[in-house]
Design a protein around this ligand. Structure first.
Ligand SMILES: [Zn+2]
Length: 265
């Protein structure tokens, strides 16, 4: 592990037997000195694909599509980290390399198809290939998140930040902001109560825990008894700097009020 001297980010370096090159990192902690009792997480922050994987054979139009990453999520998470003075743990490679919000045993942790996007580089992987992805991406990401959680002086809340595509298999999605929970709904419901009235905000939309999307919450927050929520924003709303700033304000205010309402009681 090393610290980038210009950005003050902690970066996990390459390890032996890895698919990562020296230019790649599995995970990073942004704003590590953040003092708020809030751990932000962005598992789908990056579209980066290590060179050895040759773009996973993706078609050019798919290479930076929502299949590869959550469009706008990293920029929003960084803005929120600064606004709330909170550390952010973010994945450094595409979810098509390994989806850090899935356990290794989940078939879609390394998907050969995502919605309508074929991923030839993930088809017919050997067990060794899968294990190399797990060892190179999932475990370093998981270890970094565990270490960050251990560093808080008081138990933090955990907020994972995601974006979703406005259309799924051709069907438009009207929901703008989704608040998802696993078996602990305290923070999601407290945030819902603070949502702006002009925003289409829903609990457990466009996905819910039965879709297997709450792995990070279930793995890290629930066992520690931490208040937690998974936030999903429709990606057309955070496609530019104006949208990013707007949602950093909205989510910052919702979280701050929800913590007063639910966490600090
Ligand atoms: Zn996501």
């Amino acid at each position: 592990m090393a610290r980038n001297s210009t950005t003050n980010e902690i970066v996990i370096q390459n390890t032996p037997h890895t698919i990562l090159t020296a230019q790649d990192s599995a995970a990073e902690v942004i704003h590590p000195e953040g003092a708020a009792p809030i751990c932000l997480v962005c598992e789908h922050a990056s579209a980066r694909i290590p060179a050895v994987l040759d773009d996973l054979g993706l078609a050019p139009e798919d290479r930076y599509s929502h299949a590869a990453w959550d469009i706008g999520a990293r920029d929003l998470a960084v803005a929120l980290a600064q606004k709330l003075d909170a550390p952010l743990v973010a994945a450094g490679v595409s979810r098509l390399v390994y989806d850090c919000n899935r356990p290794p045993e989940a078939p879609d942790s390394i998907p050969a198809r995502s919605e309508l996007v074929e991923v030839p580089g993930n088809a017919d992987l050997s067990n060794d290939d899968r294990q190399a992805r797990v060892a190179s991406v999932y475990r370093p990401f998981r270890d970094m998140l565990c270490r960050k959680l251990d560093q808080f002086e008081k138990p933090p809340i955990m907020v994972t930040l995601h974006s979703f595509t406005p259309e799924w298999f051709g069907v438009p999605r009207n929901v703008e902001l989704g608040l998802l929970h696993d078996n602990d709904d305290r923070l999601a419901k407290a945030m819902l109560a603070e949502a702006p009235h002009d925003l289409d905000t829903r609990l457990n939309a466009p996905y819910d825990a039965s879709d297997g999307v709450t792995h990070t919450l279930r793995e890290h927050a629930v066992p520690r008894g931490l208040h937690n929520v998974m936030v999903e924003i429709r990606n057309d709303l955070i496609s530019d700097s104006t949208g990013i700033a707007r949602f950093a304000d909205i989510l910052g205010d919702m979280l701050t009020r929800a913590m007063v309402r639910e966490v600090a009681r």
